[in-house]
Ligand binder design. Structure first.
Ligand code: HEM
Length: 401
């Protein structure tokens, strides 16, 4: 089989190349994928089986996150500097200190306190959507939801939402012509978010509240605290990591329900299924398709030798369809339980900080939609994002009744 699992045009037209990934899992689970010198990106080991994605994720000593995680377009020096300073692109021990300081804000208990706020946001969004004639699921529902939740989390005033939304769109930096931003625009948005985060922290120092920002700017039990710089960069990372991922999980989930009406009927008949549906949506959609690591020493995966410095790309979307782990992996089943999906990462140091929050958002959104609009349907073609990194949908026309 001809293998090219990074062709952005393919992703724009069809989404994740599941047939090729299946072939790789069955025939060449650690596969040397040629790079493209002309486009300026190196070859890499494509790792496609669940067990191996978990292995790479859990060995950050052997597979470093510190050297650019996405595949394409090496960044200009200033942006690389900014990326380097973000937790996602750091290795232990640098990463460990920051992560332990921010974990406090994202425990299941802290996140569960947000449920009613999230429900209110979902109801408000669909109330507004109800009055519109040309409804787009992305613009009207799935894009504002995670953004408003992050604003709530940060205690950002309602009047700042549009501004933050605009920054977050400029920060996406996708290779899609509809989203393309120049590096200068991305830089400027990052600088604005950075300054804005500083002002949020200053406001909470003056007027502490029972919220995440207040918690994060205070020392932990051991007396350690995030520096101002670390806090501001963390807010930037939240906006980058929390928005697009959740937006695409929700949109991908909705589209999948349109394609599997019997699963939608199950949810409408029993809304309690939204809990297991959230995990199944993340498995099925895998909003983050892949991440790249760099081998720090000579090593092996499944007997295949990997040399120090080699790029290793872990395909979450593939691991999530591995027949060795999931019974009937190509069946979308909202009752799947247990569901060892690894759409939030394969465990280890960088496992998604926002996983409880994202699952709560998905559960509540689909509870609200199935309750209020059991006849919601697709009103036009979905347009996919041109990206091999984010499994994204740019627009999805819907009707509510
Ligand atoms: C890391 C996926 C939602 C914040 C990650 C990673 C993945 C991921 C695959 C990297 C894991 C690794 O390298 O091992 C997703 C998906 C989401 C989602 C699929 C939605 C369905 C969120 C949300 C937030 C968030 C809502 C925050 C509000 C983060 C952060 C990291 C991260 C801060 C970096 C953690 C670290 O480096 O220690 N996410 N994510 N994510 N995610 Fe998420």
């Amino acid at each position: 089989m001809q293998i090219n699992v990074v062709d952005q045009d393919y992703y724009a037209r069809h989404g994740v190349p599941h047939e090729q990934l299946k072939w790789l899992r069955d025939n060449a689970p650690v596969f040397w994928h040629e790079g493209d010198a002309e486009l300026g990106w190196p070859g890499f080991w494509a790792v496609t089986k669940h067990e191996d994605v978990v292995h790479v994720s859990r060995h950050s000593d052997l597979f470093s996150s510190a050297r650019r995680l996405a595949l394409f377009n090496e960044l200009p020096e200033e942006e690389r500097e900014l990326q380097r300073m973000m937790m996602l692109n750091q290795d232990p021990p640098e990463h460990t200190r920051r992560r332990s300081l921010v974990n406090r804000g994202f425990t299941p208990r802290v996140i569960s306190l947000l449920e009613e706020h999230i429900r209110d946001i979902c109801h408000r969004l669909v109330d507004e959507a109800e009055g519109k004639s040309d409804l787009d699921f992305v613009t009207d529902i799935s894009a504002p939801l995670p953004l408003y939740v992050i604003c709530e989390l940060l205690g950002a005033p309602v009047e700042d939402r549009d501004k933050i939304f605009e920054w977050s769109n400029r920060l996406i930096g996708a290779e899609d012509p509809d989203y393309a931003t120049t590096p200068e625009e991305g830089q400027a948005a990052a600088a604005e978010v950075y300054a804005y985060a500083g002002s949020l922290a200053a406001a909470r120092r003056e007027d502490p509240r029972d919220d995440i920002v207040t918690r994060l700017i205070q020392p932990n039990e051991g007396g350690e605290v995030l520096t101002e710089d670390e806090f501001n960069l963390f807010v930037l990372l939240l906006i980058v990591a929390g928005n697009e991922t959740t937006r695409n999980a929700a949109t991908g989930g909705m589209l999948t329900f349109f394609q599997h009406p019997e699963q939608w009927a199950r949810l409408v008949a029993d809304r309690a299924m939204a809990r297991t549906a959230a995990d199944e949506i993340v498995r099925w959609v895998s909003p983050v398709n892949l991440f790249r690591r760099t081998a720090t020493a000579d090593t092996e995966i499944r007997g295949q030798k990997i040399a120090e410095g080699d790029k290793v790309v872990i395909f979450y979307a593939s691991a999530n369809r591995d027949a060795g782990v999931f019974a009937d992996p190509d069946v979308f089943d909202i009752g799947r339980d247990p569901n060892p999906q690894i759409g939030f990462g394969g465990g280890g140091a960088h496992f998604c900080l926002g996983n409880h929050l994202a699952k709560l958002e998905l559960r509540v959104l689909f509870e609200v939609l199935s309750e209020r609009f059991p006849k919601i349907g697709q009103a036009g073609e979905a347009a996919r994002l041109r990206s091999n990194f984010i499994n994204g949908i740019k627009s999805l026309p819907v009707h509510l009744r």
